[in-house]
Write a protein that binds this ligand. Structure first.
Ligand SMILES: Cc1cc2nc3c(=O)[nH]c(=O)nc-3n(C[C@H](O)[C@H](O)[C@H](O)COP(=O)(O)OP(=O)(O)OC[C@H]3O[C@@H](n4cnc5c(N)ncnc54)[C@H](O)[C@@H]3O)c2cc1C
Length: 462
């Protein structure tokens, strides 16, 4: 009898009776919906899906799986499902129902249950004049994003989101609910902050920052100006203070009715930027780029919760693939290479190629930081495209890979955890010392690799 048969027999009923959430096995109504990731290109086929309703449910689910020798894939939204391998015989443990958020305005912290998405936190924090180190998309999951580092619009001023985590509540691979913070479970606390974590997180606590408003927006130029705008943007990035985080973005907008008329179905090179400060100095900072004559400029004073619109990430699930790379520089030769492969005449299948300006607080190791104490690079490349068919998926992956390879001369030793969209071990997305420590922690806490991680660190063997 295989694992699926065991589950389909008396197993799931025992679990159903023990939890407040829901359990789905193949063939049951609701199974297909429950197994669907936000990234629709990934066809997840686990032996069972558990939608946990609480931390107690997660404990029960982990113990249930371990007693049957099943591996466990924790998942919130499924934005990051791309790197996961096949889930045959495994439990997909979804936290989607666990979205409660609590703000402590006096302590300037947020506690977010594992299934919360960023807009749950940014809107609640904004009511107190506070900002979280949220992702650029409002519907990316707080947990997966933070476990992989977390690079958002305040990053050059306040660093990776992972290093603002003050505590994690998690269920260990052994099935115990523990709190990991500066005074407890130091290894688990370290691993959760950028190393993908060990175990199943049920809630994260994080520091918030006193930012009620900031000056942010986009400058849209026709894609034909890709090279000259990227050259100017890159020169400009060398001059800006840590209060500015910006992106040089090549984007092909789909012909969808929800996209406003002057933009719908067109390709642009966009400079996107957020400045932690007032409109006066903000406008002065942006002025050199504005003088390039954008077709459209959207800079304005906005609350942090509105930052989610800047990057125009798709709000609905879609099939996509791509790749990313950390770069130590983005000099003229790199820009020309990129414009040749993804510029106006390239006929690319990619829908978005962004280059994020790093440095600032991201470059400085966070005091007492976690598995990604800093990003030792100056720019991040992220290239993605829609992949509605297997043929397109292969072609998009190949084109993203070609862009990454062409920028090879400027790549640093490892990629960025959260933008590695293809299966890759943690050694490919973490500094070597962090990878070795994660292996040791896994040897102690998860020697059987019961937890399926987006980027696994195989336990160190004695
Ligand atoms: C449209 C879009 C925009 C993005 N923008 C940004 C950005 O601005 N900055 C950035 O840094 N990244 C960004 N990303 C990448 C994103 O951070 C990763 O895909 C991240 O993994 C998503 O987290 P999630 O919880 O939504 O996804 P999920 O697929 O649910 O989780 C991803 C992985 O995180 C781990 N995980 C999730 N929940 C748990 C849990 N409860 N316990 C233990 N492990 C867990 C698992 O390994 C899981 O496979 C973006 C991705 C997309 C698709």
């Amino acid at each position: 009898m295989n694992t699926t048969d065991t589950i389909a027999g008396r197993g799931p009923d025992a679990l159903r009776a023990a939890i407040a959430g829901q359990v789905f096995v193949p063939g049951e109504a609701g199974f297909d919906q429950a197994r669907t990731a936000w990234n629709l290109a990934v066809d997840q086929r686990p032996a069972v899906v558990v939608e946990a309703g609480s931390a107690a449910d997660v404990v029960q689910a982990v113990r249930f799986a371990r007693a049957r020798g099943m591996r466990i894939a924790p998942q919130g939204t499924g934005h990051g499902a791309g790197p996961l391998g096949p889930l045959d015989g495994a439990m997909l443990l979804r936290t989607t129902r666990m979205r409660k958020v609590r703000i402590d305005p006096a302590a300037r912290t947020a506690r977010a249950e594992a299934g919360a998405v960023w807009q749950d936190v940014t809107v609640a924090a904004g009511q107190h004049g506070l900002a979280a180190l949220a992702g650029k998309s409002p519907n990316v999951g707080v947990t997966g994003y933070t476990l992989g580092g977390g690079l958002g619009w305040l990053a050059r001023r306040y660093g990776l989101a992972a290093n603002s985590v003050t505590a994690a509540e998690l269920v260990t691979p052994g099935g115990d609910l523990v709190r990991a913070d500066a005074g407890h479970e130091p290894d688990l606390f370290w691993a959760v902050r950028g190393g993908g974590g060990v175990g199943v997180v049920t809630a994260l606590e994080m520091g918030l920052y006193p930012v009620a408003e900031l000056y942010a927006g986009d400058l849209f130029f026709p894609i034909q100006r890709a090279a000259d705008v990227l050259h100017a943007w890159r020169e400009w990035t060398l001059t800006v203070p840590d209060e500015v985080t910006s992106i040089g973005h090549l984007v092909w907008l789909p012909p969808l009715p929800e996209i406003p008329d002057p933009l719908r179905g067109r390709a642009f090179v966009i400079v996107e930027a957020a400045y932690l400060g007032d409109a006066g100095p903000g406008a002065e900072l942006i002025d050199p780029l504005r003088r390039l004559g954008p077709e459209l400029a959207t800079f304005a004073t906005i609350p942090p919760s509105a930052l989610g619109q800047l990057n125009m990430d798709p709000p609905q699930p879609l099939p996509f693939g791509g790749d990313g790379a950390l770069l130590d520089g983005f000099p003229a030769a790199a820009i020309d290479t990129l414009a040749g492969l993804a510029g106006p005449d390239a006929g690319t299948l990619l829908a978005s190629v962004e280059v994020v300006h790093l440095g600032g607080a991201l470059a400085r190791p966070a005091p007492g930081g976690g598995a990604q104490p800093n990003l030792d690079a100056n720019y991040l490349l992220v290239a993605v495209g829609a992949t509605p068919t297997p043929d397109l998926a292969a072609a998009v992956r190949a084109q993203a890979r070609a862009v990454k390879d062409a920028l090879g001369p400027w790549r640093v030793g490892n990629d960025y955890f959260n933008s590695a969209e293809n299966p890759a071990p943690a050694s490919a997305v973490l500094p070597p010392a962090s990878y070795r420590r994660l292996q040791e922690i896994n040897a102690a806490y998860d020697p059987d690799q019961a937890i399926i991680s987006a980027h696994p660190a195989w336990p160190a063997r004695p």
